[in-house]
Design a protein around this ligand. Structure first.
Ligand SMILES: Cc1cc2nc3c(=O)[nH]c(=O)nc-3n(C[C@H](O)[C@H](O)[C@H](O)COP(=O)(O)O)c2cc1C
Length: 318
């Protein structure tokens, strides 16, 4: 069968499918990212853990595990090393997403070094600012997604068509996507690629403790909380006793992340905050990444074909 899922995103990234694995501190490392790249999507390595020697090792591991393209994320909120751009450029990566910060800060330097740069945006104003800063594309992230968020969150259903009708650069949709049905919806709204976060936390190759994966499978669509609605940084996480207690606090500081690695890898779900999106209500099985991607692509074609039967009637004066 001829592959027809080519978009400006697949062309820019050199991948088979426009399906990107979200960057996630400690989680988006070689074990998960190489499985995604090998399956035809794009794996991304995180830097938000701040542990750059570990990140360097993970990038080396990526090169052993796959010869396919992959990217790196710079989440500005977590940058501790002022030399982060040089660090990323020195690793020889070709694709970077920048997030949680001002797009004018790193774009020029990354572009001058020859990298392809997408910036993550939660609003139309930030999308315009990123385009003006010279990015190659945008990751447009709806407020239903997991992780750090603009406190004035806007759902993908509104944000995607809004941004896509005002910019010309290719858009990767993030927030609420876990399968072909949601991917087709994102394409209908103007996206040319999708990024999955929560779906990838719960993938077989994700390194997190099984307790976290099981909690995602058990969660309903109502089982996330939005913290710091009237403060910063906003964030969406799994509903637990800890996050429910914090939900009504005026300000939740970073110290509330407690001992994050005890949750991520020790499985103590009350030790920290388990970032995750509303889409966890649609995830009910731990699957290998290759199956997630295969099934997403098959279902995407299926939905596109079903929609293709709606053809505008020809009227007499046409
Ligand atoms: C556990 C977790 C950690 C995340 N860490 C980052 C990060 O370091 N950098 C970033 O740009 N986005 C981060 N995000 C947001 C994701 O990149 C992605 O855009 C979001 O998860 C998409 O929504 P979804 O969860 O509905 O798929 C994180 C999300 C989760 C669930």
């Amino acid at each position: 069968m001829t592959e027809t899922l080519s978009t400006r995103v697949t062309e820019l990234l050199g991948v088979r499918y426009p399906i990107i694995q979200a960057p996630m501190g400690w989680i988006a490392r070689a074990q998960l990212a190489s499985a995604v790249s090998e399956a035809g999507g794009l794996g991304i390595i995180e830097t938000s853990s701040g542990d750059l020697p570990a990140v360097r090792d993970e990038i080396l591991k990526m090169r052993d595990l796959t010869d396919k393209p992959f990217g790196v994320n710079i989440a500005m909120l977590f940058v501790r090393d002022p030399g982060i751009v040089d660090f990323v450029v020195d690793q020889g990566v070709r694709f970077v997403t920048t997030s949680a910060g001002d797009p004018t800060k790193y774009t020029q330097q990354l572009k001058e070094a020859g990298l392809t740069v997408f910036h993550v945006v939660p609003t139309l104003a930030t999308a315009r600012k990123a385009v003006d800063a010279g990015v190659d594309g945008l990751v447009v992230e709806g407020g239903e997604g997991g992780g750090f968020k603009n406190p004035r969150d806007v759902a993908s259903m509104v944000l995607l068509p809004l941004v896509c009708s005002h910019v010309d650069v290719p858009v990767i949709a993030a927030g609420g996507i876990c399968d072909g049905r949601s991917m087709a919806a994102a394409f209908a709204l103007g996206a040319e690629g999708v990024q999955m976060g929560t779906r990838m936390v719960s993938a077989a190759e994700s390194p997190v403790h099984d307790n976290w994966k099981t909690a995602i499978l058990a969660a309903a669509e109502t089982d996330t909380v939005f913290l710091n609605r009237y403060s910063r940084p906003g964030l969406r996480a799994l509903r637990t006793e800890r996050s429910t207690r914090l939900e009504r606090e005026d300000h939740v500081g970073m110290e509330e992340f407690g001992t994050i690695l005890d949750l991520y890898f020790g499985g103590d779900m009350e030790a920290s905050l388990a970032l995750g999106g509303q889409v966890m209500g649609r995830i009910d099985e731990v699957k290998p990444v290759a199956r997630v991607i295969e099934e997403t692509v098959a279902e995407f074609y299926d939905v596109a074909a079903r929609l293709g039967r709606f053809v505008a009637p020809v009227t007499a004066d046409q």
